[in-house]
Ligand binder design. Structure first.
Ligand code: NBG
Length: 867
């Protein structure tokens, strides 16, 4: 086949957006009487061919065997665990697709208002187990798989994590998808289908973090997604934007790439509702760039096609830092442009005027990463739909909502103006226009206040000038929220203070984060889940969707029999973790010790350093004790896990110190029964699922005011682990919920932090004077107790000089808090009571509650149950 291309069409504006719909979304036509018409062929024949979800063991095994035979082209003779997992997964996928298809069709028919959750990260973890539990088919599958000669647990272990996220922000997005589907809300996620997720972490013998790519799709087909090769959009970069009369502009030329949709099914818990997570993959538009090809520059043409595919190749592994990299900005625009094109197309199918857009669409920005949705929606409305500026701005500011996830200055996104002008010339024009109108309004309210204008401008002066994305997200949104009470208050009083003064406080609110109890209790701690159902005398489908029911466990804290069962489950979870460490690292863990866990991204503000220095302090103290004194000591095993951004030198040094301290401490025959330390490499959602149920205590010890919320704190407490923490983020609300006597708080409070930093800067006191026990620990590290002390010099200097994260200020109260933990642990019965009370009071932290708050207070959407 040959086709002739008219050179005049090259680089011209995009054709009207349309795509041929195949798998979902058709709505039936009706005849004169209103009866639905069957679209084609013989209705009865069609309907006889329909199948429903397989719920009985024989139909399940049949489906698995069919997939072995056909999808995998294998037989019972040559089927290993991986093959059996794939066949079983494909069988579950069939069921999910049925529900998913029905859900999408139902939403299309009902045309309710929908919400779209735009997140650059979705840290989904594994799907198989979660899907089975949500479908209520786990036991049937277990029986079927056993009948086929396999072991369920072994098959579950075959699945690779979908690790398309860095940490809490990405995992929160995944929890919110689970809750949206479980609460039957019409919510879709939009993200990117990275070829490489967060890197795999290896630890060298010296304790160095090494990174390796995570080609999570390399194993072939991913059963949990559906490629939708018919759903594609063209996305433009670079080129020129020429202003036309009436505020419009013509953006043309540059590079065009294709966004292709991959749909991930998100099943709700005990409901048919199965929502969609749409991930975009980039592709060259026509194999290669015709502009260059026509000009005879073949090499450049191919290069540009590579650059198109590169856009979604890798997740940026930086957590809480921005780098101003062009490819990252390309990712952000590619994803928001494709998502908005899709949202606008779906809206247009309803056939309403654009003034009704906010009645049908709510768009939630997960942090500032998708802020370009604001100028992009303006561009679509003005340039493509020919809507005047004022009306377009009304539509945008009634549709978009922004969640802030951090107040750390290094994490607030800014993009150099020259880069924006080059990559997105039309958007930069729009941003300048928004800024002008905005600043004029500010000037009107605060005449002559030039400092204020400079502070609030979307453009930060400097070389180069920068676009402040948080400001753009704020003024372009209907509501702005933080993720825990304290954090939301800090957003209002620090980074967006001027905006609160200008727009009034009602736009700024709080939605405390939540976690899904399906994954973070039922799935990761099945024995505890079963005990809860048995005790409350209700099916788990009830309390898993109404977590406040856990309160009814409170009286059982007084029941010795119940406490015994509770403690036995914790013990078995500790043994499960020990088994995992034994089989993966070959190390034997003392399961009779207290398990103390800190798992999260490595960051100075999260203060893993404080923890390891505390461990060393404990070690030094043990070394000085007599044998008789040691007998009274509460044995402790300390676990760390987490990744450091590849370029974050200090964080990597902390890992190195942990690994080397562990090596020395674990080898010391005098103390090793009382203290051991493990750094578990390659932290992931799946590893968290083993660690969390096993913890007696967990540490959430950020410098006050720095951790917006934290969400693992909620997971630990839901599983009956107690919390050691600073008065920060969601720790505060957890303490309020479970009772302050059930948590171990320490450290300075947020209002003190700035003063302390000022003192460190201008009136420094040497650590030897301020905190002698800490000085001793630092000296031991510097003198080479844990390998070459010189290596740690830069890390130790961050503490000795400036000490921005206040380790020297909080060290003593930290040690004090750990001593109180030891004291409390001596009384085992009382400890178990605390554990039970903690779990019982965690109802508030379900992501169902959080998502309903977004749905009701912000998005104004309602559940749409699929019958
Ligand atoms: C993180 C915060 C956490 C919070 C998660 C989810 C970013 C930018 N922020 O404290 O540091 O729990 O967001 O809200 O990743």
């Amino acid at each position: 086949m040959t086709s002739v291309i008219d050179p005049k069409t090259i680089g011209k504006p995009v054709r009207p957006r349309r795509h041929v719909r195949t798998l979902t979304g058709y709505t039936p036509e009706t005849d004169e009487s209103g009866k639905e018409k069957w679209p084609r062929g013989d209705e009865k024949t069609w309907k006889e061919g329909f199948r429903s979800v397989n719920t009985e063991v024989p139909s399940i095994t049949k489906s698995i065997v069919n997939h072995v035979q056909t999808s995998l082209a294998r037989q019972a003779y040559n089927l290993d665990d991986l093959g059996a997992y794939q066949a079983a997964a494909l069988s579950v996928r069939d069921d999910l697709i049925l529900n998913w298809n029905e859900t999408q069709m139902h939403y299309t028919r009902k045309a309710p208002k929908r919400a779209y959750y735009l997140s650059l990260e979705f840290l989904m973890g594994r799907t198989f187990d979660n899907a089975l539990l949500n479908l209520g088919l786990k036991e049937q599958y277990r029986e079927g798989i056993t009948k086929l000669g396999f072991n369920m647990e072994d098959l579950l272990e075959q699945e690779r994590d979908a690790a398309l996220g860095n940490g809490g922000l990405g995992r929160l997005a995944a929890c919110y998808l689970d809750s949206s589907a479980s609460q039957e809300l019409p919510v879709w996620g939009y993200g990117l289908r990275y070829q490489y997720g967060i890197f795999q972490q290896l630890i060298s013998p010296e304790g160095q973090q090494l990174e390796q790519p995570d080609p999570w799709l390399a194993g072939g087909e991913n059963p949990w997604e559906l490629p939708r090769l018919d759903v594609t959009y063209e996305v433009r970069f670079y080129g020129t934007a020429e202003r036309l009369p009436e505020g419009r502009a013509l953006w043309q030329g540059g590079q065009e790439v294709l966004a292709v949709a991959y749909d991930v099914m998100v099943p709700g818990c005990y409901t048919k509702n199965t929502n969609n997570l749409r991930l975009w993959e980039s592709k060259p538009k026509r194999g290669f760039d015709l502009n260059s090809f026509n000009a005879g520059d073949y090499e450049h043409a191919v290069e540009s096609s590579n650059s198109a595919a590169a856009i979604t190749s890798v997740l940026y592994p930086n957590d809480h830092t921005t780098f101003g990299k062009e490819l990252r900005l390309k990712q952000q625009y590619f994803w928001t442009a494709a998502s908005l094109a899709d949202i606008v197309r779906r809206f247009k199918n309803i056939g309403k005027p654009f003034s009704a857009f906010p009645d049908y669409v709510a768009i939630q920005l997960n942090d500032t990463h998708p802020t370009l949705a604001i100028p992009e929606l303006m561009r679509i409305l003005i340039d493509e739909e020919e809507i005047p500026w004022g009306k377009a701005w009304d539509i945008v500011t009634n549709t978009v909502f922004y969640t802030n996830h951090t107040v750390l200055p290094e994490a607030l996104e800014k993009w150099p103006v020259p880069l924006m002008e080059h990559l997105l010339p039309r958007h930069m024009q729009i941003i300048y226009d928004i800024n002008l109108f905005f600043l004029q309004a500010v000037e009107k309210k605060f005449p002559g206040d030039r400092d204020r204008l400079a502070r609030m401008s979307l453009i930060e002066e400097g070389f180069p000038k920068q676009v402040r994305m948080a400001h753009l997200a704020c003024i372009g949104s209907r509501k702005v929220n933080g993720v825990a009470e304290l954090h939301s208050e800090l957003v209002r009083t620090t980074i967006l203070k001027d905006f609160v003064e200008f727009e009034g406080p009602s736009k700024f609110s709080n939605v405390t984060n939540g976690i899904t109890p399906r994954r973070w209790l039922d799935q990761c701690n099945p024995e505890l889940s079963a005990l809860i159902s048995k005790t409350l005398k209700v099916d788990k489908s009830v309390w898993l969707k109404d977590l406040d029911k856990l309160k009814e466990l409170l009286p059982y804290a007084e029941d010795a029999g119940f406490r015994k069962e509770w403690a036995a489950i914790k013990q078995r979870n500790k043994e499960r973790l020990a088994h995992h460490v034994q089989t993966t690292l070959g190390l034997t863990v003392n399961t009779h010790a207290m398990f103390d866990v800190q798992i999260k991204r490595l960051h100075e503000y999260k203060r893993q350093t404080l923890n390891i220095l505390g461990v060393i302090h404990r070690y030094l103290t043990l070394k000085q004790m007599t044998a008789a004194e040691r007998k009274k000591v509460n044995p402790r095993v300390v676990f760390f896990a987490g990744k450091a951004a590849p370029g974050y030198y200090i964080a990597k040094l902390t890992i190195r110190l942990i690994v080397n301290a562990a090596r020395i401490i674990n080898a010391d025959p005098e103390t090793r029964d009382l203290l051991t330390v493990y750094f578990l490499p390659d932290y992931s959602v799946s590893l968290a699922e083993v660690l969390i149920p096993a913890s007696d205590i967990s540490q959430h010890i950020s410098t006050a005011g720095t951790e917006a919320s934290g969400t693992s704190n909620m997971k630990f407490c839901l599983n009956g682990g107690l919390l050691v923490g600073t008065v920060d983020g969601a720790n505060i609300e957890i303490a309020e919920a479970v009772g302050e006597n059930n948590v171990f708080f320490f450290g300075h409070l947020t209002p003190a932090v700035e003063d302390l930093r000022y003192q460190h800067m201008y009136h420094p006191v040497p650590v030897e004077e301020k905190c002698p026990p800490l000085a001793k620990v630092l000296d031991c590290v510097a003198s080479g107790m844990f390998g070459d002390g010189g290596v740690y010099e830069p890390l130790l200097n961050t503490i000795r000089q400036h000490d921005y994260y206040l380790i020297t200020e909080d060290f003593e109260s930290y040690i004090g808090a750990l001593a109180m933990v030891d004291q409390a642990y001596l009384d085992k019965e009382e400890w178990i009571k605390k554990s039970i009370r903690t779990t019982a009071n965690m109802g508030k932290f379900s992501s169902d509650r959080a998502i309903l708050e977004y749905a009701e207070s912000f998005w104004n959407i309602e559940p749409v149950k699929v019958a």
